[in-house]
Design a binder for this molecule. Structure first.
Ligand code: ADE
Length: 252
C-alpha cells in the first residue's frame, strides 16, 4: 500500500486518533461503535477520550480513539486553541499512527458544496492570520501544513470529493478572510483543521480531514442559524463516511 502510515506499535494494529471539536459531531459514530468514555483520562484538561478496538470484515483490527476538545462554561470548546491542546495531549499520550480531524465546516455553492456533503481534506491553511512583513512571516501566518500523502488515494477509493480546508477563529466570514480563501483556493471553512495539522506537523504525525458541510458561506443565509439547522444532518453524514474511512484505514 503506497501511503501506509508507519505503525508505532509492535502488533501491526493501526492506531487511529480522531480529533473532534463538538460532541454532536462525534456522537453518531460514538454510538455506532458503542465506544465508551475513558473517564478523566486527560484530567485536569477538559478533553475527553472514547476508545475501543474494532475488527473489520477482513479481520483487521484497529485501535480507535476519539478525542473531543471537551467543555468550558457549559459549551463545547471549538476553535484553534482547544484543538491544539487536545491534539498535543492526545499525540503525547496515545502515539497515533494517523490523525483524522473530523467535523463540520462551511462550504461554497460556487465550488459545488451542498449541505451534508462530506469531503476528504487534502490541504489546509489559516485564512485569518494577517501578518505584515516579508514572505517568511506571511508563510508562517498562512500555515499550509502537510497533510497525509494518502489522502487523495483514499478519496478515490471511497469516491469522496477532495477539498482544501481553511481555518479561522470565527464562524462568520469577513471580506478580508474571503479574499485570502479565494486567493488560495480554499473550499472548506472550519475552526480547527490547520491548528490540528500544525501540532501534528511538530510531532511528525500524519493528519487527514473528514469534513461535512453544515452551511454555505455564499448562500446569503445567517451562518449560525444555517449551521444549527443542519448540524444533525451533517453529523449523520459524517458518521456514514467515518465508518468507511475507519474501515479503509484499518485495511492499510
Ligand atoms: N463549522 C461549520 N460551519 C462553519 C463555518 N461557516 N465557519 C467555520 N467553521 C464552521
Amino acid at each position: 500500500m503506497a501511503h501506509k502510515p508507519k505503525h508505532k506499535n509492535t502488533h501491526n494494529k493501526m492506531n487511529i486518533l480522531y480529533i473532534v471539536a463538538m460532541q454532536a459531531e462525534a456522537q453518531p459514530f460514538i454510538d455506532h461503535y458503542g465506544v465508551k468514555e475513558v473517564v478523566d483520562f486527560f484530567s485536569p484538561l477538559p478533553c475527553k477520550l472514547y476508545q475501543t478496538t474494532i475488527t473489520n470484515a477482513n479481520g483487521n483490527s484497529s485501535q480507535l480513539s476519539i478525542v473531543l476538545n471537551g467543555q468550558q462554561h457549559g459549551s463545547d470548546l471549538v476553535g484553534c486553541e482547544a484543538a491544539s491542546v487536545a491534539t498535543l495531549a492526545a499525540i503525547q499520550r496515545l502515539h497515533p499512527d494517523i490523525i483524522v480531524n473530523s467535523g463540520t465546516c462551511g462550504g461554497f455553492q460556487a465550488k459545488g458544496a451542498e449541505i451534508a456533503k462530506v469531503y476528504i481534506g487534502n490541504a489546509c491553511m489559516f485564512h485569518d492570520r494577517r501578518v505584515p512583513g516579508d514572505d517568511i512571516w506571511g508563510t508562517q501566518a498562512l500555515g499550509n501544513y502537510p497533510v497525509w500523502k494518502g489522502a487523495q488515494e483514499m478519496s478515490e477509493s471511497l469516491n469522496l470529493p477532495l477539498g482544501k480546508v481553511t481555518t479561522g477563529s470565527s464562524l462568520d466570514l469577513q471580506p478580508c478572510d474571503l479574499e485570502i480563501i479565494q486567493e488560495n483556493g480554499g473550499e472548506l471553512k472550519d475552526m480547527e483543521g490547520a491548528a490540528v495539522a500544525f501540532v501534528a506537523s511538530l510531532l511528525n504525525t500524519p493528519v487527514v480531514f473528514v469534513k461535512s458541510v453544515t452551511d454555505l458561506c455564499d448562500s446569503g443565509a445567517e451562518t449560525f442559524e444555517e449551521f444549527s439547522r443542519n448540524l444533525s444532518k451533517a453529523s449523520q453524514a459524517l458518521k456514514e463516511t467515518n465508518i468507511r474511512v475507519i474501515d479503509y484505514l484499518s485495511n492499510l
